[in-house]
Write a protein that binds this ligand. Sequence first.
Ligand SMILES: Nc1ncnc2c1ncn2[C@@H]1O[C@H](COP(=O)(O)OP(=O)(O)O)[C@@H](O)[C@H]1O
Ligand SMILES: Cc1ncc(COP(=O)(O)O)c(C=O)c1O
Length: 262
Amino acid sequence: MKRVLTIAGAAAQGSAGIQADLKTFQERDVYGMSVITATVANNSRTNQGIFIRDIEEIEAQFYAATEMVGVDAIKTGMLFSTKIIERVSSLLKELPVPNKVIDPVMIGKMGSQLLADDAIEVLKKQLIPQATVITPNRLEAEKLLGREIPSDLHALREAAKELYELKPQAVLLKGGNIDGQAVDIYYDGQTVEVFRMPLIDTIHTSGAGCTYAACLTAELAKNVPMKQAIQTSKQFVHAAIEHALSFGTGIGSVRHGAARQE
Ligand SMILES: Nc1ncnc2c1ncn2[C@@H]1O[C@H](COP(=O)(O)OP(=O)(O)O)[C@@H](O)[C@H]1O
Ligand SMILES: Cc1ncc(COP(=O)(O)O)c(C=O)c1O
């Protein structure tokens, strides 16, 4: 069984972050492990929010997983600070893992800030160049490029190519709604490929980005070729959104296990 490690924030509400990743890994039949970098505990009653873990705790988790179990693929999500990104980048450099999916998480669906403003440079310079693939949404891509990206296919293709200059092996840019379709653009320095699924009319997409990248990480760990892995992940997250759950108020969670029932 392939072993997959997520380095990300824990999302107490269960939709995103570590929780989304581990649920998705289980669905994709890989062995999931975690390094928790922070805890997101949004609560409008108590006003509590984000707690950041210390470096020693992050290192201990990393070595427990990589030395005691071993790892075939890694995904990163919420890393929050410059200090954490620097340490995670150096830990990853030590480890000869063929598949590293870097999801440059910046803002939660409910507006939580998941990356410090001063951490973008180190994300660009130290972490992204180690990526097998990066998975920014349009807003994250705008922050990485320092410019606006119009919401059309041509502009997204150009942006994917510009993101490739940050030196990941490939870019999977989530373009959002283009003519009623949920469109993502892939670029690996050679070919551009567009992945499309019908757009579902819902606000309940909390965890969609994490689930998509986690599925991709699991498929790559199983040595599925990149484009096939993306296609599988696109279908997996589509089902998760189609059958999303809304337990409380606000933006509900994707149903990570929905593809199994289809
Ligand atoms: N309403 C929707 N209908 C269909 N697919 C969607 C919808 N919302 C997001 N997706 C897809 O889910 C994946 C994750 O996207 P997104 O929600 O943009 O990520 P993030 O959570 O990082 O913003 C992408 O492939 C995107 O196209
Ligand atoms: C820890 C953590 N990581 C990542 C995210 C981003 O989630 P999504 O997949 O909805 O973009 C969130 C959202 O709140 C989060 O709490």
